[in-house]
Design a protein around this ligand. Sequence first.
Ligand SMILES: C[S@@+](CC[C@H](N)C(=O)[O-])C[C@H]1O[C@@H](n2cnc3c(N)ncnc32)[C@H](O)[C@@H]1O
Length: 370
Amino acid sequence: MKVAQVLHMNGGVGDASYANNSSVQQKVIRLTKRIREEGIRSLYCSTLPKSLAIADLGCSSGPNTLFVVSELIKTVEKLCRQLNHKSPEYKVFLNDLPGNDFNNIFKSLDTFKEKLCDEMEGRIGPCYFSGVPGSFYGRVFPNRSLHFVHSSYSLQWLSKVPEGLDNNKGNIYLNRTSPSNVVRAYYDQFQRDFCLFLKCRAEELVEGGRMVLTFLGRRNDDPCSKDGCYIWELMATALNDMVSEGIIKEEEVDSFNIPQYTPSPSEVKLEVLKEGSFCMKCLEVSEVNWNVFDDWNAAEFESERCDSVGDGGYNVAQCMRAVAEPLLVSHFGEDIIQEVFSRYQQILADRMSKEKTKFINVTILLTKKT
Ligand SMILES: C[S@@+](CC[C@H](N)C(=O)[O-])C[C@H]1O[C@@H](n2cnc3c(N)ncnc32)[C@H](O)[C@@H]1O
């Protein structure tokens, strides 16, 4: 499977779209706001840029894409007013893989700019937007062209499915039953990918540039702990049930592996230290319920449809469908998708009625060394 060609979140604005099923990711963005504010404020005060270049890597398409950008611009504008500085101009780069629904973002830009301008009472610096398709596991920007890089819930995606997973039978990701060579292969791929990511960004950022990165991760040192693996284990249960009923072939499940790695805080920290281009200013771990509406705050999600709030199984299955459907379709074909997600929804609902299930987030603030 060529991840860069296959992986993308469900586009458009339909029922199964990422735009309509990304409240978990939005909650994570809200939880990490303070770290972004710290990063952008300290960047502004130390470099006083007249032209501020911000990139969001793995921006996807939907309400979250421009949410972070608007928050960053508002913080800088407020700071400029406090300091009596002229607003900088903003160059905003939205990056994702080529299959991302960039058109949907572009269509919303005029409304976004008008709203932002109204919220800031008409006084903001000029904003220029660009879409930048390409893998962040390679160079996507010119040398020293960026001041601030943000990425949320994207870096757990690997550049490829690790090699040598043939004996990860019955699993679609790491699991307690995964052989040790499989665990090693996933970790090695994460190390290679994240190191390359850091090297590329080190070339692209100006000295003193900042990065705020949030991974879907785990608290625990054990890569096979439930933190990062359980959500995929339950999807594997749905697929394996369909194998036992003869709907899909066992070999198809055995050869399907998710190109993801949910790192622990110490694994993230170790790569930053080893690569050496960045100082780590902050590392925080937070968590969010699988069913984000369990601790739903009406003010936070005023644009959400309220009818599905109580149906945790449905919400989580839709969230995972928006993220994983293109990968499943490319491996198993279109025909089984409805059945997989309807079974997955039942399994999720059952597990969530019996135990507390959470996603773990690992967030870091990095400064490029001078
Ligand atoms: C779960 S979405 C997160 C989107 C958004 N940041 C948010 O918080 O809602 C992850 C995004 O990362 C993108 N992505 C994954 N691997 C990538 C890569 N190598 N280069 C660029 N984008 C990538 C995916 O296509 C997807 O749009």
